[in-house]
Write a new protein. Structure first.
Lengths: 130, 230
């Protein structure tokens, strides 16, 4: 009788140990699934396309020797609704502005502060979305 | 009871991990542009001038205007160049050129006919202070180089179907293919020549453009190069 009781207790402890081991194993497996490789995440992801940039026209508009705005033309219609963040840098002085890509036609973005121009300027823009 | 506990124990970590895998993102497009403007006029590393068949040994490097003309025995051609090394920051050699446009400010256009103006990449060196009709790098023969070798063209005249029908505005030429070669190092940047598509017109047809020597920022020749990085 006592032997049978001991065997049942041993079996119960064994079962609990097996459950604990199973949970630990699951935890380890779950931790492994946190890999940051794209193979792991990509299984549930979709491509993130960007707007086409070929042929985009960039024209700086002047007033009193300063770049006061920038006009963008030939923007990809796919970009409609996207937010344009733009900076102008000339001789180390930077101005910036934002705008929203229209359904059609050019987009003129006002630069603040305006930037004094002396021969060359760099314009950098990023379109986020839509 | 035990089974329920096991199920909860399994489900909770999985739910937590599923939440951790939620990613948000949006489309992001970037573009950089370098704009070169031959202003102030003291920026001597840019060059713009024209050569005159009617005065074949005359240099017009100091002129405040330049002309494209089609006229029997009196054709004119424009030469213009920009030093891409002026771009700051520099355009990387591996950059993908998305657009490059040369803009010249036109102050006079033909009154009666639409003219096609061709732009050609120049293979040999020339100088603003030395170039003439006689020594121009493409030679003195008219309608040469042939139209088929042009980089691009535009049309100017009083009405449709001309693309540009009024004076006092910038006229653009696409030079994307040429600038791509300049940046990549597969061609030397000697600038461009612009001529009438059909030189030798019996009736003179001419367009006048502003040079850097005019000293007007809003009319100075411009080159804008837009690119993306690899």
């Amino acid at each position: 009788m006592a032997l049978a009781h001991r065997l049942r207790r041993l079996f119960r402890w064994g079962a609990r140990g097996a459950i604990v081991a199973l949970l630990l194993a699951l935890g380890a497996a779950a931790a492994a699934s946190l890999s940051t490789t794209t193979n792991t995440v990509g299984a549930a992801s979709t491509p993130v396309p960007r707007c086409a940039t070929a042929g985009v026209g960039v024209v700086q508009n002047f007033s009193a020797g300063n770049v006061v705005s920038v006009t963008l033309s030939n923007l990809d219609p796919v970009c409609q609704g996207g937010t344009v963040s733009l900076t102008v840098n000339a001789a180390g002085v930077t101005g910036s502005g934002t705008g929203v890509v229209p359904a059609s036609g050019p987009l003129t973005i006002t630069i603040s502060p305006s930037v004094a121009f002396a021969g060359n300027a760099e314009v950098d823009l990023a379109i986020a979305g839509p | 009871m035990l089974a329920a506990a096991v199920a909860v124990a399994i489900a909770c970590p999985l739910a937590a991990h599923a939440a951790a895998l939620t990613l948000t993102s949006q489309r992001l497009t970037t573009l950089s542009s370098c704009m070169l403007d031959s202003f102030p006029s003291s920026a001597a590393i840019d060059a713009d001038t024209y050569v005159q068949q009617g005065s074949p040994a005359t240099n017009a490097g100091a002129a405040t205007s330049m002309v494209v003309r089609s006229s029997a025995g009196a054709n004119d051609r424009i030469y213009v160049s920009f030093n891409l090394a002026k771009c700051s920051p520099a355009i990387p050699a591996a950059a993908i050129i998305r657009n490059a446009t040369l803009n010249l400010y036109v102050t006079a256009i033909p009154a009666t006919t639409c003219r096609t103006l061709d732009i050609f990449k120049i293979a040999a060196a020339w100088s603003e202070a030395g170039i003439t009709w006689n020594n121009q790098p493409v030679g003195a023969s008219i309608n040469n180089p042939p139209t088929a070798q042009r980089t691009s063209s535009t049309t100017v005249g009083p009405s449709s179907p001309c693309v540009y029908t009024t004076a006092n505005q910038y006229i653009p030429w696409s030079v994307t293919a040429d600038v791509s070669q300049f940046v990549a190092g597969s061609a030397t940047n000697n600038g461009w020549m612009i001529r009438d598509d059909t030189e030798g017109s019996a009736t003179a047809r001419a367009e006048t453009f502003t040079t850097r020597e005019a000293g007007v920022l809003t009319q100075a020749p411009q080159l804008t190069v837009s690119y993306t990085l690899v």
